[in-house]
Design a protein around this ligand. Structure first.
Ligand code: AMP
Ligand code: FE
Ligand code: FE
Ligand code: ZN
Length: 281
């Protein structure tokens, strides 16, 4: 059984529609896929319908922006209640903070490049959390860079003078909220070092004490040494280990199904979460 537990649609910063992500998953020979848009579950209804039609099992989810000691953390959440008021409030706040931060980055960029806030808004589906990928698309449109990749390697990089951080909720709080909402929190790409500073093993242990269920180990942004390290840490802390593509359509090189999760891990995730929310064909 082929299982990919991390993908994005244009409800966040992917380029495929939610149904398009499901079609890509089916075409790649996957049987189980999770849709994990950044800070939103808006794509789930459309994805659910497409998954049923295609004979795919869908795990509804999200990738929640948060932080630990001011280091950015992405928390995958599976099978949580999408209507949970406390989680929705955090995601709404993040969306507002992201918007203000993106507007300020675009303000700075517009002094040197021919882009405006309207150009960025045009790259983003209504209601989606606006972020650097959408600014990147506006820069591509303006001819300032050739691709999203080039934008991230240059002007949008964490060390660029145009870069600004945004406020995100504390990772421990998100772990607790996801659990309280009947969901299963798994830390996304914990050793993706190119994105900036890494959360320490001690802090991951602290998150495990609060209810973290797993670590995403097999991911394109991890070297083999990172994977070995994370497998050791997960064994020590009693955490599950997943593998996933982090597919973003044409927005990133990641191909759907390029990393996969073991069926026994999927069973444990489903047992920990709200079974009723699994969408089965
Ligand atoms: P932000 O959260 O607005 O700071 O932007 C980070 C987002 O950019 C993450 O969700 C990533 O999926 C995306 N991202 C990071 N690096 C790249 C890249 N090289 N190409 C495209 N998207 C990227
Ligand atoms: Fe993304
Ligand atoms: Fe991520
Ligand atoms: Zn992701």
């Amino acid at each position: 059984m082929r299982i990919d537990l991390h993908s994005h649609s244009n409800a966040s910063d992917g380029t495929d529609t939610p149904a398009g992500v499901m079609r890509a998953a089916a075409a790649a020979g996957l049987e189980v896929v999770a849709l994990t848009d950044h800070d939103t579950t808006a794509g789930i209804p459309e994805a659910s319908q497409a998954a049923r039609e295609l004979g795919l099992t869908l795990l509804p989810g999200a990738e929640i922006s948060c932080s630990r000691r001011r280091i950015g953390v992405h928390m995958l959440a599976y099978l949580h209640d999408p209507e949970n008021a406390a989680l929705l409030a955090e995601q709404e706040q993040t969306k507002v903070d992201r918007r203000t931060r993106a507007q300020r980055m675009v303000q700075k960029l517009s002094e040197d490049f021919d882009i405006s806030w309207d150009d960025v808004v045009r790259q983003c589906e209504p209601g989606a959390a606006v972020g650097r990928p959408h600014i990147a698309d506006a820069l591509v449109q303006a001819g300032a860079v050739a691709s999203r990749d080039e934008a991230f390697a240059t002007v949008l990089n964490g060390r660029s003078p145009y870069y600004l951080p945004y406020q995100a909720p504390e990772a421990g709080r998100i772990v607790e909220l996801v659990r309280a909402a009947g969901g299963v929190p798994v830390m996304a790409h914990p050793r993706a070092g190119k994105r900036g500073r890494l959360v320490s093993d001690e802090d991951i242990a602290g998150l495990a004490d609060l209810g973290l269920a797993g670590l995403e180990v097999d991911h394109r942004d991890h070297e083999e040494s990172d994977r070995e390290h994370l497998r050791g840490l997960a064994a020590e802390l009693g955490l599950l280990t997943t593998g996933s593509s982090d597919y973003h359509g044409t927005g990133k090189r990641n191909r759907i199904g390029e990393n996969t999760t073991a069926p026994e891990v999927l069973e444990k995730i489903i047992a920990l979460g709200t079974e009723a929310r699994v969408v089965r064909p």
